[in-house]
Write a protein that binds this ligand. Structure first.
Ligand code: NAP
Length: 413
């Protein structure tokens, strides 16, 4: 077992192990947890209480999560004098699944976001965002209930790889001159960025998305790309995706084109439909033909836009959970930030973090506890007992503190 500089592994828990990609989960698994900054403190307290109660109830107190506090952000700076200590980077892959609250991105000093650093250093290549509507939450559309998608956004490549040169620098000039040698003229006063998309990066995320669709009896996987314009990056993403589907899932999938040619549009029993859409058209269709979409897989930038557009359609990111998943580790986290003006006031909505923890329960196979929490949230919202952000949009709702909302969820299991 790894040794840590400052962390003490809890003695009353056991490690989750992973062999050939399969998790083995003990009854008292140790789960590292980064509390987070700002409202992180309030929403993490609420989340741990809700999850502990759900697990206790679902398994008659035979199972229990043993939380293991690890540090990043402001707390890490206090404990270690650095924002993202090695202890944290070691603990997450060692225990395979971890929960995280929002973190402040230190301003100035050339800091990159801690979230981006965590994703890159742990190779958490898939940003997974399930988006659905909770009845009662006010939304800008007429039929928000049609939305029930899981978005797999590639996390490590595309224009997010951070390869760019500022206009006017020697490096930018060098790249522009190199491109000139390649027969490509671009304006001398350009800043330049590079958009890499690889076979490896594409196939591993498409594999994860298709496997998810199969495991969860989903109807389709849609690849969203801008391949009509960017043929060798976005277009290749689509081509490699279809290739992967054929190579590894030939018995379990059917391409949308074959569906019409061979089956009159009827999905054969047990098959997942693989289709693709161009990104701009997809942003229309997710609004106008919402129910036709199910699992979605897409390069980084499209995924960024699409995740927030989908979340907005069902009532905002306050309710949207997320996870960053790689082959060795998975980090479950709220999708919003630290909302510093609400820090330590016990008012923030903990739903995004609680639902991220639900994804974690599902990831470790504790579905019964996950279902209890979902019921608790659904009922509390139907009763209009909600935090300020939802209350201000509802009629005749009761405004609850973060901790009271957690209690309402528990009452409603
Ligand atoms: P933010 O923290 O997400 O807050 C923006 C606004 O969203 C809040 O003022 C509030 O709106 C609403 N909000 C967010 N979370 C909420 C919750 N749980 N309950 C109710 N309302 C909520 O975004 P930001 O102000 O741009 O960023 C603040 C800090 O967070 C920055 O340091 C940023 O780098 C960091 N950040 C971290 C993450 C992460 O760790 N994953 C993500 C994004 C940002 P109202 O004022 O309208 O009520």
């Amino acid at each position: 077992m790894s040794t840590f500089e400052k962390l003490e592994i809890p003695k009353d828990g056991e490690i989750i192990s992973k062999k050939n990609g399969v998790l083995s989960v003990p009854d008292q698994p140790i789960v590292p947890v980064i509390e987070g900054d700002g409202i992180g403190r309030d929403i993490m307290k609420a989340t741990r209480r809700v999850i502990d109660k759900a697990v206790e109830k679902a398994y008659d107190a035979q199972k229990k999560i043993v939380w293991f506090d690890i540090y990043a952000g402001e707390r890490a700076n206090e404990e270690y004098g650095e924002w993202l200590p090695q202890d944290t980077l070691k603990a997450i892959p060692l225990f395979h699944a971890a929960l995280k609250g929002p973190l402040t991105t230190p301003v100035g000093g050339g800091f990159r976001s801690l979230n981006v650093s965590l994703r890159q250093q742990l190779d958490l290549y898939a940003c997974v965002r399930p988006v659905r509507h909770f009845e009662g939450v006010v939304t800008p559309v007429q039929k928000p209930g049609d939305m029930d998608v899981v978005i797999f956004r590639e996390n490590t490549e595309d224009v997010y790889a951070g390869i760019e040169w500022q206009q006017g620098t020697d490096e930018a000039k060098k790249v522009i001159n190199f491109l000139k040698e390649m027969g490509i003229e671009i304006r001398e006063d350009s800043g330049v960025g590079v958009k890499p998309i690889s076979v490896t990066g594409t196939k591993r995320i498409v594999r994860m998305a298709i496997q998810h669709a199969i495991d969860h009896n989903r109807e389709s996987v849609t690849m969203v790309h801008k391949g009509n314009i960017m043929k060798y990056t976005e277009g290749a993403f689509r081509d490699w995706g279809y290739e992967l589907a054929q190579e590894e899932f030939t018995e379990q999938v059917i391409a949308e084109s074959d569906l019409w040619e061979q089956h009159d549009g009827e999905i054969p029993e047990g098959k997942v439909v693989i289709k693709d859409r161009i990104a701009d058209s997809m942003l229309q269709q997710i609004l106008t033909r919402t129910s036709e979409y199910d699992v979605i897989v897409t390069p980084n930038l499209n995924g960024d836009y699409l995740s927030d557009a989908c979340a907005a359609q069902v009532g905002g990111i306050g309710m949207a959970p997320g996870a960053n998943i790689g082959d060795e580790a998975a980090l479950f986290e709220a999708t919003h930030g630290t909302a510093p003006k609400y820090a330590d006031q016990d008012v923030a909505n903990p739903s995004s973090l609680i639902l991220s923890a639900v994804m974690m329960l599902e990831y470790i196979g504790w579905q019964k506890a996950a279902d209890l929490v979902i019921t608790g949230i659904e009922e509390s919202i139907l009763q209009k007992r909600v935090t300020y952000d939802l209350e201000r949009l509802m009629e005749d709702a009761t405004k609850l503190h973060t901790s009271e909302f957690a209690s309402a969820i528990i009452e409603n299991f």
